[in-house]
Design a protein around this ligand. Structure first.
Ligand SMILES: [Zn+2]
Length: 169
């Protein structure tokens, strides 16, 4: 494990924990709870399970936003309805990432992107991954058109990961 001079310590990887290389204690609290995604994101996730991307519109400012919201924060009013969007878009921004969630270095980089979804207002989209392209800045560009690659219907659970990644088109 690597230590930094200024903040000495030992970083832990997922494997260190799973393989029991550190002292662990287990505790199973008897807690029962439900988490509500809310009206807008709840519908968004349910539509993802069906292989669709949905947003909401505001008739006052004319914006179509995604992920959907129950209110327009520009106009301080309730949204005016649902709008089905395409599963295509363009890359708003991207990064080539060589670190995993636990800050460990990975050999095969991922390419996180913010994708602006077609049919939504400019700049409206969400964070996802780019796939089927080499992690080379010469092969990726802002404004590059992309399309969602969906998991098979039987594997979708109503999560943003129902889209495996976006690929260039
Ligand atoms: Zn509005």
């Amino acid at each position: 494990m690597e230590k930094t001079g200024e903040f000495p310590g030992t970083s832990l990887s997922d494997a260190d924990i799973k393989e029991g290389k550190v002292l662990l204690t287990e505790w199973h609290p008897n807690l029962k709870y439900a988490w509500d995604a809310g009206v807008a994101v709840g519908r968004f996730l349910e539509e993802l399970k069906q292989g669709r991307i949905i947003g909401t519109k505001c008739d006052r400012c004319g914006r179509v936003v995604v992920p959907p919201r129950v209110f327009c924060e520009w106009c301080f009013k309730t949204s005016d309805g649902w709008v089905y969007l395409k599963d295509t878009g363009v890359i708003n921004t991207y990064s080539i990432s060589y670190i995993a969630w636990d800050a460990s270095r990975v050999e095969e980089p991922t390419i996180p992107i913010v994708v602006n979804i077609d049919g939504a207002s400019p700049g409206m989209g969400f964070l996802h991954l780019l796939g089927e392209v080499e992690p080379d800045p010469a092969k990726i560009r802002i404004g590059m058109p992309v399309q969602a690659v969906w998991k098979p219907a039987e594997e979708r659970v109503g999560a943003i990961t129902d889209i495996k990644y976006f690929r260039p088109i």
